[in-house]
Design a protein. Structure first.
Ligand SMILES: [Fe+2]
Ligand SMILES: [Fe+2]
Length: 214
């Protein structure tokens, strides 16, 4: 195959293709095995199973948003170093997406019907911030990763104690997300002011409430 420079239209079509795959179809194969793979399954009662599916569906939607955010940022980042620095975090998000989806399906649930909406919103925010400047877009990534980490910490207290598989996934994701937030700050991301962070918390609460049910 011959190498050629991607035009603006090529880039947009590539992003559109990735977006449709992320929002509507199964996650790509993860690079790392799921932390749940080595843990024996436990029988959950119907109530606990339904609750776990809801929580893991929220986490899965969070990962759809993360895909969208990193893809939006990659499209509009001005400095190639910024794209490269974020590549590792973006690759780990694919693992998270696949682990959550696998766990939801194993429990007999389905991913959120609202994922395309959340994908579109996160992509626009990521790309829009990148159009302004890289430091703003990196700051947005850092603040988002902080929000995700807060959710995951809460889910660790909410998940049934017996569900060691889901807990192992969430614990591993939490370690990764904290590192992603730090990577974005180290790459030069702005520290967002508290009112902006509060607005982001409101938006993520809307995502949590809706994805838990739908
Ligand atoms: Fe993630
Ligand atoms: Fe992350």
């Amino acid at each position: 195959m011959t190498d050629r420079k991607l035009t603006g239209l090529d880039k947009i079509l590539t992003q559109l293709d990735q977006g449709l795959r992320t929002a509507f179809s199964s996650a790509p194969l993860p690079e790392r095995k799921s932390p749940a793979d080595t843990i024996a399954d436990t029988n959950l009662n119907d109530k606990d199973r339904a609750h776990t599916i809801g929580l893991m569906r929220v986490n899965h939607t969070g990962e759809v948003c993360a895909q969208a955010l990193y893809q939006g940022q990659a499209l509009t980042a001005k400095l190639p170093e910024v794209r490269d620095q974020m590549k590792h975090s973006a690759a780990e998000e694919i693992d998270h997406l696949a682990w959550c989806e696998e766990r939801i399906k194993k429990l007999g649930g389905q991913t959120s019907l609202l994922n395309p909406i959340w994908y579109a919103m996160s992509f626009s925010l990521g790309a829009g911030a990148g159009l302004i400047n890289d430091k703003l877009s990196l700051g947005f990534v850092a603040a988002t990763e902080d929000q995700v980490s807060a959710h995951l910490s809460k889910h660790l207290s909410d998940l049934p104690k017996e569900d060691l598989k889901s807990r192992a996934i969430v614990e591993e994701m939490l370690v990764d997300e904290r590192r992603h937030a730090q990577a974005a700050r180290d790459a030069g991301g702005y520290e967002f002011p508290s009112p902006v962070k509060k607005l982001m918390t409101l938006a993520s609460s809307a995502m949590t409430l809706s994805s838990y049910r739908l």
